[in-house]
Ligand binder design. Structure first.
Ligand code: PLP
Length: 405
């Protein structure tokens, strides 16, 4: 087997080369990461370099560690009370996105974003109704929607990975045929392409949704993760967006998926819908999760900025490595998320290049076909890791591609 990046990755504290006071994405060595018990690090054998599921290879932000540790020491491990998470998100939205319209009394805590999406879709559609999605898109958008007995109608992104008004019009028309209620599950920013939708695009979406009587449910989980110089626009803030329902969480930006909590946020035109949310849904999130997410939003902003700067460098690094070693791969660095969507069709590896990279290169990426129509021949790579791991992953992918050609 090829030498592993263990040789080149930042080392652990027992290693003289340790960089555990440096930027978050460089602090953990592979030896440390392999001690983790979460999905990213346990789904594949030890010789596989995992750059798939959206977990980040960072130590936790110190303010979050402090808040959770204090709560544990105090035994503050009971049931959640009040609205601290929504208040923190409202402050974050005002400070980061210049949006002061996130009203705490139009929010509800939910266990996580995907379960929150299911609950929002239940509020605005019934069994057998359609839900429009922009393929290629985060695979659970298909699974969760189908499992709740809704039909998925695809509205493909355009070739630049942007929202396509013509495709949306066709999908909304299909979804509402026969006068049925329908919803549009918008991913903003978009997973897997990292597309950051503009205010103009979102305003056009809102107008189109109104015209067709389609309700918008928007997954904004990646909202804090934007490239330098880019600005996230909350859907509920655009003209016509106020009858939307949004799902937000600190879980992606601060790597808190293991500390379950998220928020459903209604615009003022959707407050009555959110008020119908069954009370028991709010019993799902964990009190410690809420403490962690609240601390992240209020006190973890410098840490987030350090991660975002590292991601900017990683996007550039990946683009350069691909140009040198895998010039057949098309990569358009996104303006948001820590995901890279790679078009590998020119490599001649067939519909499932992720299978080839895993078998022959021992690199785990997400298979593009799982993201719906337009995904075959693509892979999704998780950039929230060290430059050393990215460098080694591309080297292994290039070796695998050469061995297959
Ligand atoms: C777009 C999107 N939505 C939802 C989720 C999952 O969020 P949660 O764990 O809060 O359900 C992810 C995770 O990667 C995601 O990328």
């Amino acid at each position: 087997m090829d030498s592993t990046p263990r040789d080149t990755a930042p080392a652990d504290p027992s290693d003289p080369a340790a960089d555990h006071t440096g930027p978050p994405l460089r602090q953990l060595s592979l030896t440390q990461l392999r001690r983790r018990t979460s999905m990213k690090w346990r789904a594949y054998p030890e010789d596989v370099l995992p750059l798939w599921v959206a977990e980040m290879d960072v130590p936790q932000a110190e303010p979050v560690v402090r808040a959770v540790t204090d709560a544990m020491r105090l035994g503050d491990t009971g049931y959640p009370a009040g609205t601290p998470y929504a208040e923190a998100l409202s402050r974050f939205a005002r400070d980061r996105w210049g949006w002061d319209g996130l009203a705490v009394d139009r929010t509800a805590i939910v266990p996580d974003v995907m379960l929150g999406i299911v609950e929002m879709l239940k509020l605005v559609t019934g069994p057998g109704d359609a839900v429009v999605v922009n393929c290629p898109v985060y695979p659970p958008f298909y699974q969760f929607v189908r499992n709740m007995d809704r039909r998925v109608v695809e509205a493909p992104l355009d070739p630049d990975g942007r929202l396509d008004t013509a495709a949306l019009t066709a999908a909304f028309t299909r979804a509402t045929s026969g006068g049925r209620p329908a919803a549009y599950l918008l991913c903003s920013p978009h997973n897997p392409t990292g597309t950051l939708h503009t205010a103009a695009e979102l305003t056009a979406v809102a107008a189109l949704a109104h015209e067709h009587g389609v309700r918008v449910v928007v997954d904004e989980i990646h909202a804090p993760v934007v490239a330098g110089g880019s600005a996230f626009v909350p859907y509920l803030s655009v003209p016509g967006g106020s009858d939307g329902l949004s799902l937000m969480s600190a879980s992606k930006a601060w790597n808190l998926a293991g500390l379950k909590a998220a928020l459903a946020v209604a615009g003022d035109g959707a407050a009555d819908d959110l008020a119908r949310l069954p009370e028991e849904v709010g019993h799902g999130p964990s009190h410690i999760g809420i403490i962690a997410h609240t601390a992240a939003l209020d006190d973890g902003r410098d840490w987030l900025d350090a991660v975002l700067a590292g991601l900017d460098r990683n996007r550039e690094l990946l683009a350069g490595l691909l140009a040198e070693q895998l010039p057949g791969v098309r990569y358009r660095p996104g303006e948001a998320t820590y995901l890279a969507w790679l078009d590998c069709r020119e490599l001649g590896l067939g519909d499932d290049p992720a299978g080839v990279f895993l078998e022959r290169g021992r690199v785990a990426l997400n298979a593009g076909a799982d993201f719906g129509t337009g995904g075959a021949g693509h892979v999704r790579l998780n950039l929230a890791t060290s430059p050393a791991v990215i460098t080694e992953a591309v080297r292994r992918m290039a070796t695998a591609a050469r061995a297959t050609a």
